[in-house]
Design a protein around this ligand. Sequence first.
Ligand code: HEM
Length: 150
Amino acid sequence: MESLVGWLGGAYMPVKAAHAVVTFFWIAGLFILPRYLVHQASVPVGSDEDMNWRERTARVRRIILTPSLVVTWILGLAVATSYGLSAAGWIHAKIFLALLLSGYHGWMVGLSKKMARGERPVAERSLRLWNEVPALFTILMVSLAILKPF
Ligand code: HEM
C-alpha cells in the first residue's frame, strides 16, 4: 500500500526506515544524558570525577543528541509532508509530542551546560524522575505512528 506515498515516491519506505532508526539514537541520547547528570550530581563540584562527567555529557550532546534531533526532524517532516500533513490527526498529535520532547531535549542540554559550569540547579532525586520522561514519549509516539488511532 505505502510504497509510493506522496512526493517521496519510491523513496518513502527507505526514508521512513531511516527516520525510525535515527529516532532510536535520539531517544537513546535522551535516556543517557539525564542518567549521566544523576551520576554527576552525586560527586563533588570540581572533583576529578565531576570533570570526567562534564567531558562525557559534552560528548553525548555533540555526537548523539544534537545530530539525531536534527535528522529525526528532517526525515520526520519529509515523511509527514509526503504522507500528507492534513491526512490524519495522529500526525498532528505526533508533531505536538515531538515539539514537547524537543523542549525537554533543550532543557536537558541547558541543564548539562550549567552543571558543566559547576552549578547544581536540579536535585539528584528530581533528575531521576525526569530521566523517565523519554520512555513515556516513546510509548506514545511509536503507538501513534504504528496504530494511527485517529
Ligand atoms: C520529530 C518529528 C516527527 C515527525 C514529523 C514524524 C512523522 C512520522 C511519519 C509521517 C511517519 C510515517 C508513518 C507511516 O508511513 O506509516 C513516521 C513513522 C515512524 N515514526 Fe515518526 N515522526 C517524528 C518523530 C518520531 C519520534 C521522536 C519517534 C520515536 C520516539 C518516531 C517513531 C516513528 C516510527 C517507529 C515510525 C514507523 C512507523 C511504521 O512503520 O508504521 N517518530 N513518523
